[in-house]
Design a protein around this ligand. Structure first.
Ligand code: GDP
Ligand code: GDP
Length: 460
C-alpha cells in the first residue's frame, strides 16, 4: 500500500527540485488523466525504503498576472484533495511571507497531514527562516536542502509513521467492508507528534570487521544475517525491524555495501559513504569500535559525521571478551575518546562482546538514554534563569568597548536540542563564547553526548 504526497508552496521555493530528487527520471505528467491539467506532475517516488506517489504543483512560474494568487489557491486545493499527505514548502532564506501564511491557512483547514519543510536550508543564512517557520503553527519544520539532498533523513522520519499507518489501514480493510476513508478518520495529533508510532531507528556503523553483523545478529537473536571473518560477506545494506527489550527498533545494517566496494578496490572510501547513508536515516548511531584497534581514522570520521548530522551517538567497544587488561584498557579508551572526539563529550562508551552477548543490555540502556537526551526539552523559564547566571559568571566580550547583549533564549527544536539566543550583534560573538554556553547547557541540563545546536539571532 502506498500513499500520495503533494508538494505545495509558492513558486520558486524548490518544489520541483525536491520532486525531481524523489522521483528521479521516472516521472509522468498528470495531464494524461482526464480532468487534471498540466499544472500538476505526478511520479513514483522513493525515499529509502518508502515508495509513494509524489505530486508536484509547479507550473505557476509563468503566471505573473494578478490572478496568480487565485490560481495558486485552486491548484493547491486540488493537489491537497488528491493527496494523503501534504509537504508544505517554504524558502528558509526568505523566511515566512504573506503568501506562505495563506498556504498555511488552506492546509490547516483542508489537510489532515501536513509536513512543513523549510527548504534552501543549507548554511547559516537559513537559520532564522527555519525558526520563523514555527510561527506557521504547523509544528516543527523539516530543514531541507532539496538541491543538496540534505534533511531527507528528517523527511523520512516524518513520513515513515504515516506510511506505516496507511499500510496498516489498508490491511485492516477487507474489500467488502464499507469503510469511509475520510479525513475524519484521522487523529490530527499524529502529524504533530510523528514519534507516536515510529520505531526507534538505530544504525550500527564502524570499520569493516568491527563486528557489526555479529552484533546485529546477536540482537536479533537469530541468524538472519550472514557473518564471517572476511570483510564484506554480508548481503546488501538493509533495515530490519525488531522488538528489542520491548522497544520497537529499526536497525540499519550497512555491511553489505562493502562487498561492492571491495571488488572495486575502494574499500575505505565507500565504507564512509556507506556509513553516511546509515547515519542519515538513524536517530541513534552506534559507532562500533574493535577493542584491538580503536579510534582509527575511519572511526573518527564516522563519529564526527554523526555529530554533524545531529544524531545521538553511542560508542560501543567490541570484542571485549578477548581483552586481558580490561581496567587499564578502559582508562586508555576513555582518555582517547576525550582527546580525539571532544565534540561528543559525555557520549556513552560501552564495552561489549557481540560474540558472547555480554554488555548488550547496557548498550540497549545507553541507546535509550541517548535517545531521551536527544529529545530533551528545557523550559524557557529555566533557560533564562540559567542564562542570567552564565552571563554573570562570565560576561560576553565587549568589542570596541560595546558589550554584546544576550537578552533572551528559548529552545527552538529537539532531535537534537537546538536553542536560539536573541542578542545584539550575533556575528560578533566569538566561537569560544558559544562553546562556553553549549558546554554549560550540556552539564547543567544533563544532556551528555547529544549534539547541541545554538543559534545566535539579532534583535533590534
Ligand atoms: P518551485 O517553483 O517551487 O518548483 O522551485 P524550483 O524547484 O524550480 O526551484 C527554484 C529555484 O530554487 C531553482 O533555482 C533551484 O535551483 C533553487 N533551489 C531549489 N532547492 C534549493 C535548495 O535547497 N537550496 C538552494 N540554495 N536553492 C534551491
Ligand atoms: P563487520 O564487518 O563489522 O560486520 O564484522 P563481523 O560481524 O563480520 O565480524 C568480523 C569478525 O570479528 C568475525 O570473525 C567475528 O566472529 C569477529 N567478532 C565479532 N564480534 C566479536 C566479539 O565480540 N568477540 C570476538 N572475539 N570476535 C568477534
Amino acid at each position: 500500500m502506498s500513499f500520495t504526497l503533494a508538494i505545495v508552496g509558492r513558486p520558486n521555493v524548490g518544489k520541483s527540485t525536491l520532486f525531481n530528487r524523489l522521483v528521479g527520471k521516472k516521472l509522468a505528467l498528470v495531464d494524461d488523466q482526464p480532468g487534471v491539467t498540466r499544472d500538476l506532475r505526478e511520479g513514483e517516488a522513493r525515499l529509502a525504503d518508502l515508495r509513494f506517489t509524489a505530486i508536484d504543483t509547479a507550473g505557476l512560474e509563468d503566471a505573473t498576472d494578478d490572478s496568480l494568487e487565485g490560481r495558486m489557491r485552486r491548484l493547491t486545493e486540488r493537489a491537497v484533495d488528491m493527496a494523503d499527505v501534504c509537504l508544505f514548502m517554504i524558502d528558509a532564506r526568505q523566511g515566512v511571507t504573506p503568501i506562505d501564511m495563506m498556504f498555511a491557512e488552506i492546509l490547516r483547514k483542508r489537510s489532515a497531514h501536513v509536513i512543513l519543510a523549510a527548504n534552501k536550508g543549507e548554511g547559516s543564512a537559513a537559520d532564522a527562516g527555519v525558526i520563523e517557520a514555527y510561527s506557521l503553527g504547523l509544528g516543527e519544520p523539516v530543514r531541507l536542502s532539496a538541491e543538496h539532498g540534505e534533511g531527507l533523513n528528517d523527511l523520512y522520519t516524518h513520513l515513515m509513521p504515516l506510511a506505516d499507518e496507511f499500510a496498516k489501514r489498508a490491511s485492516d480493510i477487507s474489500p467488502d467492508t464499507d469503510v469511509d476513508l475520510d479525513e475524519d478518520d484521522w487523529d490530527e495529533s499524529e502529524v504533530r507528534k510523528p514519534t507516536s508510532s515510529r520505531p526507534l531507528q538505530i544504525a550500527v556503523v564502524g570499520r569493516p570487521n568491527a563486528g557489526k553483523s555479529t552484533l546485529i545478529n546477536k540482537i536479533l537473536g537469530e541468524d538472519r544475517l550472514l557473518t564471517g571473518p572476511e570483510a564484506g560477506i554480508t548481503r546488501d545494506a538493509i533495515s530490519l525491524q525488531i522488538d528489542w527489550h520491548g522497544t520497537p527498533t529499526r536497525i540499519f545494517d550497512t555491511a553489505g555495501m562493502r562487498k561492492k566496494a571491495k571488488v572495486q578496490g575502494k574499500l575505505e572510501k565507500l565504507s564512509v559513504s556507506d556509513g553516511l547513508r546509515a547515519v542519515k536515516f538513524a536517530e541513534v548511531v552506534v559507532v562500533l569500535l574493535d577493542a584491538a584497534i580503536p579510534f582509527e581514522q575511519q572511526d573518527l570520521r564516522i563519529a564526527d559525521l554523526a555529530e554533524r548530522e545531529g544524531r545521538a551517538v553511542v560508542v560501543a567497544v567490541n570484542k571485549w571478551d578477548i581483552e586481558d587488561e580490561k581496567q587499564q584498557k578502559l582508562r586508555d579508551l576513555k582518555e582517547s575518546f576525550e582527546r580525539l572526539l571532544p565534540q561528543l563529550r559525555g557520549a556513552p562508551l560501552i564495552t561489549v562482546s557481540a560474540k558472547t552477548g555480554r554488555g548488550l543490555d547496557r548498550l540497549h540502556d545507553a541507546i535509550m538514554r541517548a535517545y531521551d537526551v536527544w529529545n530533551r526539552r528545557v523550559t524557557t523559564a529555566n533557560l533564562n534563569r540559567w542564562l542570567t547566571g552564565m552571563l554573570e559568571q562570565h560576561p560576553p566580550p565587549a568589542p570596541q568597548g560595546k558589550r554584546i547583549k544576550l537578552r533572551y533564549m528559548t529552545q527552538a527544536k529537539t532531535r537534537p536540542p537546538g536553542f536560539v539566543v536573541m542578542c545584539s550583534h550575533p556575528d560578533k560573538i566569538p566561537e569560544s563564547y558559544s562553546r562556553y554556553l553549549v558546554n554549560g547547557l550540556r552539564v547543567d541540563f544533563d544532556m551528555p553526548g547529544t549534539p547541541i545546536r545554538l543559534f545566535m539571532r539579532g534583535q533590534n
